[in-house]
Write a protein that binds this ligand. Structure first.
Ligand code: F6P
Length: 517
C-alpha cells in the first residue's frame, strides 16, 4: 500500500510488544478503576440530518487485555507502519492495492474520497435511484419479487442488509441466490411468481461461472413460464458494463460501479441495488450516512481514540501475541444473523495472506478465522468451548438497546441480560472444588451496544469492519485488496471440465468415481 513504513521501526515496535508483561483482566481493572470509561468508544450520528439529537453505538474494549503500555506500543507500531499516510492514501485515491495497481475507492461511495471520485459515485447512485424508483412505480410491470444472483461480495452484503432491514416490510420481496447448486435457485423459483419477478445479476467481473450459469437458468425459468421478454426483466450490476451488454442486458438496465471498488467492499455501490429495491432509496441513503459517520471518525481520530484502529490493536494482540487462531462474533439480534458470514469474507479474503506488500513473508499469523452466530442460540451450542475449552477466543458481542420485536418486553430484556452476562462470565470465571465445574475466566470480549439496529447503524457497522480490516492490514504490512488465493481452484475446476491437465492420483480417482473427465 502507499505511504511510508520503516521495516526497522516496525520490527522494533513488534519486539517491544512481544516483550511486554502479561496482565490478567482482573489486574487491569484493579489498576484502573475507570477502565470501562478509558476503553469505551462511541460513534454517533444525528437522528435527523442537521439536528442535535443523536444515535450511535458504544464499543466497550475494557474486557480485552490491552494495557496502557500495550496501547502505547501499538500506537508506536501504527506510526512505524505509516498508518496515517496509508489512511490518507486510502481516502485520497492512492494506489493502495499495489498488486493490481489500483486505488480502493469504496469510501467514495458514501462521500469519503476525492471530489472527483465522490462526484462519480453520486452520479452512479443517482442513476441507480432513478431505476429503483421507476421499478417501484411500475416501469417494468408489476414487480413483486426479485431474484438477486451473485456470489461472494456480490451476494453477502445484500443478503445481510435485506435480512436485517426487511423484517417489518419489504417493498419488493428479494431472494439472494449465490450457490451454483441448483437447489438454491429452485428454492427462489418456488417462492416467486415469474410474471412479477425481476432478475438482478450482480457480478463485478460479469464472468463468474456460478453467477452466469444461475443467470442463464433464471432467464430460462422466466421464458419457460410464459414471460414474453425475459431479457427485459434483467438488471445488471457490474464493473464490466460492456460484458453485461454483450451478454444481452439492455444498456438502460446496466448499473455500473468503478473497477476500483473491490467485490467485498461493494455493498454501497450498485451491488446494493437489491437492497434499495427492498428497502427504498431513502433507507439505503441512511446506510450510507452511517458508513460516512464511521469514515469521518476513522479519518479524523488518532491513536487509541480511533475505534476501528483500537479494534485492530485487539485483533493483532490476540492473534500475534497470544496465539489466538480464531475470533468469534455473536450478535444478540436475529437481524444480524448473517453478519458473521459477511465478516468472514471481508476479513478472511482481505487479510488471509502470507506475504507483505513488498512480497516478503509476513512476520506472524495474519487474519484470524472469523466465525460466530446469534445469541442466545450460541450459548446452548458452542459457548461451552468459549468458557471451558482450551482455546483462547476473543469474542465480539453485539446487541441493540432498542428491541426489534413487538412482543412482551421480557423477550428483549432476557436477550440483553444474556449478552451482558456472557462477557461478564467469560472474564470473571468461577472457582470450584470440582475441576469439571470450574471456569478459568480471564477470557476476553468486546461489546458493541447499539442504540438501535436500523439502516444507519448497519451502515456504520459495515464501515467499522471495513476500516478495522484495513487497519489490521496496515499493522501487518499486507495488501487487503487483492485475493489471488481464490484463482487456483477456479483454474483447476476448468481443467477438470476440459479434461486437460495433470491430476494427482487422489483427484483422478475421485473424478472417475464422480463420473467426471
Ligand atoms: O472468487 C472470489 C471473488 O472474486 C470475490 O472476491 C468476489 O466477491 C466474488 O468472487 C464474486 O465475483 P464477481 O462479483 O466478479 O462475480
Amino acid at each position: 500500500m502507499g505511504g511510508t513504513a520503516s521495516e526497522a521501526a516496525v520490527g522494533a515496535a513488534w519486539s517491544a510488544l512481544r516483550g511486554l508483561p502479561h496482565h490478567t483482566l482482573a489486574q487491569l481493572f484493579a489498576a484502573d478503576p475507570a477502565r470501562h470509561e478509558t476503553l469505551t468508544r462511541r460513534i454517533a450520528w444525528p437522528i435527523v440530518p442537521g439536528s442535535d439529537a443523536e444515535a450511535g453505538m458504544l464499543i466497550d474494549f475494557s474486557k480485552t487485555h490491552l494495557s496502557d503500555e500495550a496501547l502505547t506500543a501499538f500506537e508506536a507500531l501504527a506510526e512505524a507502519a505509516g498508518f496515517a499516510a496509508k489512511r490518507e492514501a486510502l481516502f485520497g485515491g492512492g494506489i493502495v492495492n499495489v498488486t493490481e495497481g489500483r486505488a480502493a475507492t469504496h469510501g467514495a461511495l458514501r462521500g469519503s474520497g476525492t471530489p472527483a471520485q465522490v462526484e462519480e459515485a453520486e452520479g452512479l447512485l443517482a442513476r441507480m435511484g432513478m431505476l429503483v424508483e421507476a421499478i417501484h412505480e411500475g416501469a417494468l410491470g408489476a414487480i413483486k419479487h426479485c431474484i438477486a444472483i451473485g456470489i461472494g461480495g456480490s451476494a453477502l452484503g445484500p443478503a445481510l442488509a435485506i435480512d436485517a432491514l426487511t423484517r417489518d416490510l419489504a417493498l419488493v420481496d428479494v431472494h439472494v441466490v449465490s450457490n451454483i447448486d441448483g437447489l438454491a435457485l429452485e428454492q427462489a423459483f418456488a417462492a416467486c411468481d415469474p410474471e412479477t419477478t425481476l432478475i438482478a445479476v450482480a457480478s463485478k467481473t460479469f464472468t463468474t461461472i456460478e453467477t452466469m450459469t444461475n443467470a442463464a437458468s433464471a432467464l430460462k425459468w422466466l421464458a419457460d413460464n410464459g414471460v414474453e421478454d425475459p431479457g427485459g426483466r434483467v438488471v445488471a450490476l457490474t464493473a464490466a458494463p460492456e460484458k453485461a451488454v454483450e451478454w444481452g442486458v439492455d444498456e438502460t438496465r446496466v448499473l455500473p460501479f468503478p473497477e476500483s471498488v473491490g467485490g467485498r467492499y461493494s455493498l454501497f455501490s450498485s451491488i446494493g441495488f437489491p437492497i434499495a429495491l427492498a428497502i427504498g432509496m431513502d433507507e439505503f441513503q441512511e446506510m450510507l450516512a452511517g458508513a460516512k459517520a464511521v469514515d469521518d471518525h476513522f479519518r479524523e481520530t488518532e491513536g487509541r481514540a480511533n475505534a476501528p484502529l483500537l479494534a485492530a490493536f485487539c485483533d493483532q494482540y490476540y492473534s500475534r501475541l497470544r496465539g489466538c487462531q480464531t475470533r468469534a462474533v455473536f450478535a444478540y439480534d436475529e437481524r444480524l444473523a448473517l453478519l458473521p458470514d459477511y465478516l468472514q469474507q471481508l476479513e478472511m479474503e482481505s487479510n488471509g495472506k502470507s506475504v507483505k506488500v513488498d512480497g516478503s513473508p509476513v512476520d506472524g499469523p495474519t487474519a484470524a478465522v472469523t466465525w460466530g452466530g446469534v445469541g442466545t442460540d450460541g450459548q446452548h451450542a458452542v459457548f461451552q468451548l468459549l468458557h471451558q475449552g482450551t482455546h483462547l477466543i476473543p469474542v465480539d458481542f453485539l446487541v441493540s438497546i432498542a428491541p426489534g420485536d413487538e412482543l412482551d418486553p421480557a423477550h428483549h430484556r432476557i436477550l440483553l441480560m444474556n449478552c451482558l452476562a456472557q462477557g461478564a462470565a467469560l472474564m470473571a470465571g468461577k472457582t470450584s472444588d470440582d475441576p469439571a465445574r470450574a471456569y478459568a475466566g480471564d477470557r476476553p470480549s468486546t461489546t458493541f451496544l447499539l442504540d438501535d439496529c436500523d439502516a444507519v447503524t448497519l451502515g456504520a457497522l459495515i464501515a467499522f469492519h471495513e476500516q478495522r480490516t484495513f487497519a489490521n492490514a496496515v499493522l501487518m504490512g499486507i495488501n487487503p485488496f487483492d485475493q489471488f488465493g481464490v484463482e487456483l481452484g477456479k483454474a483447476i475446476a476448468k481443467q477438470i471440465e476440459s479434461g486437460e491437465g495433470e491430476f494427482d492420483p487422489s483427484t483422478k480417482a475421485l473424478m472417475a468415481a464422480a463420473g467426471l473427465g
